[in-house]
Design a protein around this ligand. Structure first.
Ligand SMILES: *Cc1c(COP(=O)(O)O)cnc(C)c1O
Length: 359
């Protein structure tokens, strides 16, 4: 029996997608092979990769002057690749410091350039998204980087910053495809697939073409967007099976009405949990209401000694991976695209019952 899996990542995938992958496992479309066994340069896999890119472009309405790259190394490698490729001779970049993932992005960038922390939410323990009116952007920044959704802290920007002519770079690892997005506002977007998109091993980069080709001489080929873009993400062997499954997820999203529909469902799911947190008087969310993530919902119980009984009882009810990140404690329910409304309803009913028994 399948559980409702609230893991932050690798995370739940649509059951329909898993079933399709299962059906096609031994023989993809009459090829007599599993996708895992195919040459990445053969016509079958080229068809899969081309289709996946086309569907992703359609879902996000990606403008023609943006490249879509299917890479490896996770969002963590992008923390390093972004400064290497986007500095373009400038000395530094602006970063918005909103939690654990921004912190890692900043630490990595510091190895390549000077980092100006233009805004931070550290003063309130990373529980909000700093309003742009308070950002102290530097005039000569090569780019401005922010974390669209802090997966651990559960803080999400519900708005897109305006950085004028300075390229905006965003880590959307845990929220890309959860809602429509105006890609033209960004210079570069990146996301590890294993949260809201597909299997681990695939990293998606969407980059405006004029920002490609500026890596300094001596940059290793695998870290140079130009090399990867010119090779259509096939400079080396790409993560073929992960691309295939992500492609199935793109088709699944399209069949369900695309990102506008997905956003409505995600709003509904998030509201179910936050309403209980706000009205029940038992659970608490540390995050400012207007900045609460629709994807990752951290919450605490009134007493820490209730954490273990909560997790144990949840598991008995088929609700798993609700333990919060070790750095913040408490609980966290990740409710990505693939988490059905029914899963969230089951969780909320369980939470209500647990509060009734222990309140
Ligand atoms: C998980 C996560 C990362 C790290 O992703 P990897 O693919 O493991 O490198 C970076 N940023 C955010 C927002 C994340 O959620």
């Amino acid at each position: 029996m399948r559980v409702f899996n609230f893991s932050a990542g690798p995370a739940v995938l649509p059951e329909e997608v898993l079933r399709q992958a299962q059906e096609e496992m031994l023989d993809w479309h009459g090829s007599g092979m599993s996708v895992m066994e195919m040459s990445h340069r053969g016509k079958e896999f080229i068809e899969i990769a081309t289709g996946a890119e086309a569907d992703l472009r359609e879902l996000l309405a990606i403008p023609a002057n943006y490249k879509v790259l299917f890479l490896q190394g996770g969002a963590s490698l992008q923390f390093a690749m972004v400064p290497i490729n986007l500095l373009r001779g400038k000395a530094g970049a602006d970063y918005i410091y909103t939690g654990e993932w921004a912190k890692k992005a900043i630490a990595e960038a510091k190895k390549s350039c000077s980092v100006n922390v233009a805004a931070s939410s550290q003063d309130r323990n990373f529980t909000y998204a700093p309003a742009q009116a308070h950002w102290k952007l530097s005039a000569d920044a090569a780019y401005v980087h922010y974390t669209g959704n802090e997966t651990i802290g559960g803080v999400e920007f519900q708005w897109v910053p305006d950085t004028g002519a300075v390229p905006l770079v965003c880590d959307l690892s845990s929220s890309l495809l959860s809602r429509p997005l105006d890609v033209s506002r960004f210079g570069l977007i990146y996301a590890g697939a294993q949260k809201n998109i597909g299997p681990a091993g695939l990293t998606i980069v969407i980059v405006r073409e004029d920002l490609i080709g500026h890596a300094p001489a001596g940059t290793p080929s695998m870290l140079d967007y130009r090399v990867l873009a010119e090779a259509e993400s096939m400079y080396n062997t790409p993560p073929t099976y992960a691309i295939y499954v992500a492609g199935l997820v793109f088709q699944w999203l399209k069949a369900r009405g695309g990102l506008t529909q997905m956003e409505q469902t995600n709003i509904e799911k998030a509201r179910l949990i936050y309403d209980l947190i706000d009205t029940g008087g038992f659970y608490r969310s540390p995050v400012a209401r207007e900045d609460r993530s629709r994807m990752n919902v951290p919450f605490t119980l009134p007493r820490e000694d209730l954490d273990e009984p909560f997790l144990k009882a949840a598991k008995q009810n088929g609700l798993i991976q609700l333990k919060g990140h070790r750095s913040v404690g408490g609980m966290r329910a990740s409710i990505y695209n693939a988490m059905p409304v029914e899963g969230v309803r089951t969780l909320v009913e369980f939470m209500r019952e647990f509060a009734r028994r222990h309140g």
